[in-house]
Design a protein around this ligand. Structure first.
Ligand SMILES: *Cc1c(COP(=O)(O)O)cnc(C)c1O
Length: 346
């Protein structure tokens, strides 16, 4: 047993995974009578999907440069968060998250009966490396989740700060890069070669316009990859979703141009928000949304809703009083947002 395996739950290390019909026979054959599928239909969806998402992972390697051997596909990154907790944590174990951050980490921690230590970000919403360092040495968390760029604050954390935390942490550090495509940065998966306790999460839900298909990507070192493949439900990604992902990845030029457009709109909208007297703060964003602060978030939220424009009200979250999170829409939608805000009487 090596260092990484020692971090896993014993029952995961020794787990015999479910062996599907497609695992037992991998060759080409003309008559498939091994999986109790229906012969009816003919579009391919009458068959079970590839449990290992082989074609999709090859395409991801081609298009996103993520090595085939390091990628596993999950039913959205939400499934990835849950799986990693189940592999590395037992009830009562501690995980670390930041405050504020993506709400799913806490929900899945609660579901798995884990104890959550949330460390506040600094006033400028950067990582408090010293405080997290103190929590690491005092509490030996099993997993630290770092969302970068962070939802809902929008900013990418510096490589150095994330690396410092991952290197101090003798447990697993999960870097959730759901919004990395909007940051102009590569992301940190190559760092896994240096520190195999790091796991990077990607998703096709945001920049790749496939939120409805539920495609998450876990990028991990060999031992963790192997554990994920064993522990995940065998048919966790449907045939329809795998196909949708394959065809969207073929449209990378369009995706690239939409992304450029979103980044340009982000700049325009940020500048526009800064001119509004009732918006006191416009936080810098490396994502496809902008966090703003206003005097009365509930009132502004209700006003926009009355104009049929829905944003995310974050005012009741810690450190986010007065804050709304606004997704960058298309030009027409952003124009409607601006027109509505122009008519807001303070
Ligand atoms: C949207 C989002 C995801 C994506 O989740 P999926 O389950 O892949 O749709 C993951 N992490 C963060 C921080 C997000 O905001």
């Amino acid at each position: 047993m090596n260092d990484i395996q020692a971090l896993m739950n014993k029952h995961i290390r020794t787990l015999t995974p479910y062996s599907t019909a497609r695992d037992d026979f991998k060759g080409k054959a003309e008559v498939l009578l091994d999986a109790n599928e229906s012969w009816f239909g003919g579009s391919g969806v009458n068959r079970y999907p590839d449990p290992r998402c082989t074609e999709l992972r090859k395409k991801i390697e081609d298009v996103m440069s993520i090595p085939f051997s390091m990628s596993a596909i999950t039913n959205g990154s939400d499934e990835a968060i849950d799986l990693l907790m189940r592999i590395f944590c037992a009830p009562g174990d501690r995980i670390v998250i930041e405050r504020p951050t993506y709400g799913a980490y806490r929900v899945f921690a609660d579901l798995n009966n884990l104890s959550v230590v949330d460390v506040p970000l600094k006033d400028d919403y950067t990582l408090d490396v010293d405080k997290i360092g103190a929590v690491i040495s005092g509490m030996q968390p099993k997993i630290i989740f770092i969302c970068s760029p962070n939802n809902p604050t929008g900013q990418l954390y510096s490589f150095e700060s994330v690396k410092a935390i991952a290197d101090m942490n003798s447990g697993i550090t999960v870097i959730d890069e759901a919004y990395i495509d909007f940051s102009g940065k590569e992301g940190m998966w190559r760092y896994i070669y240096e520190n195999p306790r790091v796991v990077v999460l990607r998703t096709l839900s945001k920049a790749w316009a496939l939120a409805g298909a539920r495609i998450g990507i876990i990028i991990a070192s060999e031992e963790i990859h192997e554990a994920v493949m064993k522990a995940k439900p065998p048919y966790n990604v449907s045939e329809l979703s795998q196909r949708a992902a394959l065809s969207m990845l073929d449209r990378r030029d369009e995706i690239e141009s939409v992304k450029e457009d979103i980044i340009k709109e982000r700049k325009d909208l940020s500048e526009y928000f800064s001119t509004l007297p009732f918006i006191s703060e416009v936080f810098p964003s490396d994502s496809n949304f902008i966090l703003i602060r206003t005097g009365d978030a509930d009132r502004l939220y209700d006003y926009l809703a009355s104009k049929s424009i829905i944003v995310r009200n974050r005012t009741s979250e810690p450190l986010l009083s007065g804050c709304l999170r606004i997704t960058i829409g298309n030009r027409e939608e952003n124009k409607r947002l601006k027109e509505a805000l122009d008519g807001y009487a303070v």
